[in-house]
Ligand binder design. Structure first.
Ligand code: GLC
Ligand code: MG
Length: 520
């Protein structure tokens, strides 16, 4: 089971209001108590911070406000002592505009460094070279006045895209992998893994939906089929090379692969390529159980071990908020997470998910460059990035001074300390669930058989000594497990009833996932 740490907001050890590596080290005992196996750390490299660390200006160092390389080494060894693996984020699609590679590429349009990035002459009338869009709004091209050429950026102008057809770029990243492997990392989370290569002729993407004024940047982006700016087949050759470096050293490659189609995902996630892919679909969706259960079945059929299911990350509103808020949202999130434990590769929790948190409330200002629309209101990705609430001391124990992001303090029942003291709190449910997955490897390893149900809002399955029924409908349901002798061992809420005579069928309340075991 993985756990995503948004480094800026997890724990601040030196009182500057920004989370740091030493802060994470000080909280490792908590993570072992919770029962996770692997930590994914978001970028902690030097960065001007236009995209909060996803604009890297040096891939082989630690930003001073997050600590030092020595702090990193301390964190890795302390994690390893506790049996926790450490996965770092690698950002290969783009660098920061402040990276020295970009500075030299820009400085000398005729020099060899120029072709580390993607440059193109203006289109007719001085317009951008083609119709590609930035995820974050506007064209994917910015004019460099000095040379009269545009540079390409699928994200902010401050995140210029690298030219992966240049072998120097490839060599640099291979040496970056070695650098972190030599420091003991156990895996890489590959940012925008479906990006990297672009069409050599820079052809226009086909438009598949009309554009309208006032559309959100993500909607504009989705109005195009990304045939030429992403998903190029050459990208997987890079991961094959990375796999040669990583596999012999037991280092895992986990891609952020935005591909909710098994045939496409399986280009990237396959033996000898990436080990697993984060499927972002479920982290984006609102409460839509029918679509979710369908997606789970389709993806599992195509890639039984390859999908790392996540309901949450640092880019989207928290699931408890998306699924109806409060207690209802939190119960629904746990019902889905329970299902995720049994249907793919390594699932990940995002910090605070184990508390059933809804989004934090910002007091003033916005910090994220990307406006995201939630429930009619436009705000950024800030709501899910507010500090981890540890206790009821000032700033919820995150820092001794004002956090970098100004948000309302959380009440005691939303803190780690408050929940640890309350046996009915979500944290204990998550902890039991994680312990269950550890105790019963059948849950993710044994052959999976679906039990057909007549309701598209109910999924049921058996895996060896484990059975699971996810009733995501709004009414009680009755499912026959096909054989006797089952015992419920976990449910996100009380109220499941087993047929006492045979223990062959179970009645499960609304929005409840129950796990059962047999003969062990
Ligand atoms: C990924 C990250 C996101 C970032 C983007 C650009 O989607 O999760 O936070 O903005 O890549 O690097
Ligand atoms: Mg700090």
């Amino acid at each position: 089971m993985g756990y995503e740490i948004y480094v800026r907001s997890f724990a601040d050890s030196d009182g500057d209001g920004i989370g740091d590596l030493a802060g994470i080290t000080s909280r490792l005992d908590y993570l072992s108590w919770l029962g996770v196996d692997a930590l994914w750390l978001t970028p902690f490299y030097p960065s001007p911070g236009h995209d909060h660390g996803y604009d890297v200006s040096d891939y082989r160092a630690v930003a001073p406000h997050h600590g030092s390389l020595q702090d990193f080494d301390t964190l890795v060894s302390a994690a390893h002592q506790r049996g926790l693996r450490v996965i770092v984020d690698i950002v290969p699609n783009h660098t920061s505009i402040k990276h020295r590679w970009f500075a030299s590429a820009r400085r000398d349009p005729d020099g060899p460094e120029r072709h580390r990035y993607l440059w193109a002459d203006p289109g007719p009338g001085g317009r951008p070279p083609n119709n590609w869009r930035s995820h974050f709004g506007g064209p994917a091209w910015t004019l460099d006045e000095q040379s009269g050429q545009y540079w390409c950026h699928l994200f902010l102008p401050e995140q210029p895209d690298l030219n992966w057809r240049n072998p120097v770029v490839r060599e640099d990243f291979e040496s970056i992998l070695h650098f972190w492997i030599d420091r003991g990392v156990d895996g890489f989370r590959v940012d925008v893994a479906h990006g990297l290569f672009k069409d050599t002729e820079l052809r226009d993407n086909p438009q598949i939906a009309p554009l309208a004024d006032g559309m959100h940047p993500f909607e504009v982006f989705d109005a195009f089929e990304h045939r030429y700016d992403m998903y190029q087949t050459e990208t997987t050759d890079i991961y094959r090379r990375w796999n040669h470096i990583c596999a012999p050293r037991q280092v895992m490659l986990l891609g952020e692969v935005d591909a909710p189609w098994p045939d496409r995902m399986s280009h990237y996630v396959a033996p000898g390529v990436l080990d697993q892919g984060f499927l972002l679909w479920a982290a984006r969706a609102g409460w839509s159980p029918e679509a979710l259960l369908k997606m789970v079945r389709v993806m599992h059929e195509g890639l039984p071990q390859g999908v790392s299911w996540v309901l949450s990350n640092h880019d989207r509103p928290r699931p408890a908020s998306r699924f109806g808020g409060g207690e209802v949202g939190a119960q629904r999130a746990l019902a889905v997470t329970t299902l995720f434990m049994a249907v793919g590769g390594t699932p990940f929790l995002y910090q605070g998910e184990e508390l059933g948190l809804t989004d934090g409330t910002l007091r003033h200002g916005t910090y994220d460059p990307v406006p995201v629309e939630t429930a009619g209101a436009i705000h950024g990705r800030d709501g899910c990035r507010t500090p981890m609430p540890w206790d009821t001391s000032p700033h919820n124990g995150f820092s001794t001074s004002d956090p970098w992001i100004d948000s309302e303090p959380r009440p005691p029942q939303q803190t780690v300390a408050g929940q640890r003291a309350d046996p009915d709190a979500p944290i204990h449910r998550y902890r039991s669930l994680l312990a269950l997955r550890r105790k019963h490897p059948d849950m993710w390893r044994a052959p999976l058989e679906w039990i057909e149900t007549s309701d598209p809002l109910v999924a049921a399955l058996r895996r060896g000594s484990i059975a699971l029924v996810a009733n995501l409908s709004d009414h009680r349901t009755h499912v026959s497990l096909g054989s006797p002798g089952w015992q419920p061992v976990f449910a996100n809420r009380q109220g499941s009833r087993l047929d006492s005579a045979t223990s062959e069928a179970i009645s499960v309340p609304a929005e409840t996932t129950v796990v059962l075991t047999r003969g062990s």
